[in-house]
Design a protein. Structure first.
Length: 204
């Protein structure tokens, strides 16, 4: 069976290369490899997300959900020098690359590559950033998003980028229906950039 970027253990040869990217005005050189998402360039959807949303600053605990080789996680940690970033993926090769790239960016002390089950249960996120793996299927996608959104702090924000033709508009509606009011903040190159919030508990 061919590898998918959401394969836990890619069976393809680990052939590495470098990718140049400019994120929030800074130049990065990332190491990528076969068997991980968008190994040949910064994914267009990810680039749209990072262009449409201003970088965070200061402190906080952030989640990069579906980190791949870590471009979002690394950029978040660089821009917010007091923040801790959990970089979550099911792909062990991607997590290894994320750790390597965080080291090159000088933020490996604050970027924590982790399998989903390895994130401590008491960690709560101030922000979630994700170019989610739509191709895992709607049911699995919804299950994954609800799992992590349940750990979004009251008043916290989740940023998503989703292809319009892959259900970006319906996902916006679904997130709102689940209790996470969601609005579209940008649209470019066939992608929707969505902002969902956790309004916190209803007043008694």
């Amino acid at each position: 069976m061919a590898d998918h970027y959401f394969s836990a253990e890619p069976g393809s040869a680990d052939v590495r290369r470098t990718v140049e990217a400019r994120i929030w005005g800074r130049e990065y050189t990332f190491t990528t490899a076969t068997g991980v998402f968008s190994r040949d360039r910064l994914d267009i959807g990810t680039a749209v997300l990072l262009r449409e949303v201003d970088p965070p600053t200061g402190s906080g605990t952030f989640l990069d959900l579906g980190t791949g080789y870590g471009p979002i996680a690394c950029a978040l940690a660089v821009e917010a020098p007091e923040a801790v970033v959990w970089a979550v993926d099911v792909n062990t090769r991607a997590l290894e690359l994320t750790g390597e790239n965080a080291g090159k960016a000088g933020v490996n002390d604050r970027v924590h590559p982790a399998l989903p089950d390895d994130v401590p249960g008491d960690v709560v996120f101030d922000q979630i950033w994700s170019n989610p793996a739509i191709h895992i299927g709607k049911a699995e996608l919804h299950k994954m998003l609800l799992h992590w959104l349940a750990r979004l702090a009251p008043g916290g924000v989740a940023w998503f980028v989703v292809g319009k033709n892959l259900g970006g508009d319906s996902l916006q509606r679904w997130l709102t229906e689940q209790g996470y009011p969601c609005r579209r903040i940008g649209s470019a190159k066939g992608f929707r950039v969505l902002c969902a919030t956790n309004p916190g508990p209803s007043p008694s």
